[in-house]
Design a protein around this ligand. Structure first.
Ligand code: NAD
Length: 353
């Protein structure tokens, strides 16, 4: 029987294709803006400067200091630059770190955002912003955080290293996974999450073999859009909470942490969600969603153990304690023992079940 649902409507304008970077100046103008601050990480500064040149007088400047987990100190510096340059919008070129900086500026200044995602992390369609200060990550949701325009250009993903290709895609699959059992899921987020799985299943092994495979790049970027959109309109649960704790309080790298946790958080919730994760089990095989994802990730050469990401075994107790202090609502009760055991398995990288 069809469940009752509320669908809030999609508010972000999306342009998807090859060579769409050329459309960014027109998108800035379409928003009625004329002084964009172009954002990037230090590693992508060259691409950001080239984009600023392409924008010509519509570029107010470049701020190339975006960093993982959106440190508030970096945001304050960027907001000062935004104001000093008289900017009226941001153009964020890069992965989730750069998108995060653009969101942090937007929520403080009201700036419009044009986001050009170059990884599969899937921040661009969401109203979620995680920020770090004093060794803790706080996450908030606000309509002002959601970007106005997202320009997906498949060509920009050709340079994405294989490692980040795989881990940021698993980060995206984690959005779909939690979307399947979110209490506020709706037919649109469910359909998008379901569509993303076979696209990633097809594309990722091909990209590991040949990162320049344009058709596979297009499938993967499309799947990332699906997953980002699904996450953008539903609640997050245990998986995202654990990733935020390990990233924010223990400094673990974001995409790799999602990749390692995904099979274990999936397996933890799978018995409590009455078949809602069946699309994952059907796509990845192995008789269960958790095991299917573990084998898929291993086949792609993804990192499998928290031990390899710099976490000490002695930190597991404290991580379990922080994660259960203010848990996000979750389909299976979040107990300290249960989470400690999950973390131990993720630490060792054993196959769930
Ligand atoms: P990232 O943005 O930190 O990028 C990692 C590195 O790869 C950077 O040096 C970047 O410049 C480089 N890079 C990115 N794209 C490239 C490309 N195409 N070619 C070559 N190099 C490239 O990594 P990420 O995993 O995309 O983002 C992680 C961040 O995103 C975290 O801070 C996380 O909290 C955030 N995030 C937020 C949400 C949300 O909804 N709020 C969702 C997912 C991720």
């Amino acid at each position: 029987m069809t469940r009752p649902f509320v669908f809030p409507g999609l508010t972000t304008r999306v342009i998807f294709g090859h060579g769409t970077l050329a459309q960014v100046p027109a998108e800035v103008a379409r928003l009625g803006r004329g002084r964009a601050l172009v954002l990037s990480t230090p590693e992508q500064e060259g691409a950001a400067r080239a984009l600023a040149e392409r924008l010509g007088p519509a570029a107010a400047g470049v701020f190339a200091g975006a960093a993982m987990h959106t440190p508030v100190a970096v945001t304050e510096e960027a907001v000062a630059a935004f104001r000093a340059l008289g900017a009226d919008c941001v153009v964020s070129l890069g992965g989730g770190s750069t998108t995060g900086l653009g969101k942090a500026i937007a929520v403080r200044t009201g700036a419009d955002q044009v986001v050009i995602p170059t990884t599969y992390a899937g921040s661009e369609m969401t109203d979620i912003l995680g920020e770090t200060a004093g060794g803790e990550k706080t996450t908030r949701r606000d309509p002002a955080i959601r970007p106005e325009v997202v320009v997906y250009d498949v060509e920009l993903t050709l340079t994405l290293p294989v490692g980040l290709t795989v881990t940021s895609a698993l980060n995206a699959i984690a959005h779909a996974m939690e979307g399947f059992y979110a209490p506020d899921r709706n037919p649109v987020t469910e359909a998008l999450a379901r569509d993303a799985l076979p696209a990633f299943r097809r594309a990722l092994p091909r990209l590991v073999a040949d990162p320049q495979d344009r058709a596979a790049r297009a499938d993967a970027l499309y799947a990332a859009w699906c997953c980002s959109t699904a996450l953008g309109y539903v609640s997050m649960a245990l998986h995202h909470k654990l990733a935020h704790v390990l990233g924010g309080s223990f400094g673990l790298p974001h995409a790799e942490t999602h990749a390692v946790l995904l099979p274990h958080t999936t397996a933890y919730n799978e018995p409590a969600v009455d078949g809602l994760l069946a699309p994952i089990a059907e796509t990845f095989g192995e008789g269960s969603a958790g095991r299917g994802l573990w084998h898929f990730a291993r086949g792609l050469g993804a990192p499998m153990r928290l031990a390899d990401l710099g976490l000490a075994e002695a930190d597991l107790d404290r991580a379990a304690e922080i994660a259960t202090r203010n848990p996000y609502a979750n389909p299976r009760p979040v107990t300290r023992d249960g989470i400690r055991q999950l973390l131990q398995q993720a630490f060792e990288g054993t196959c769930p079940g």
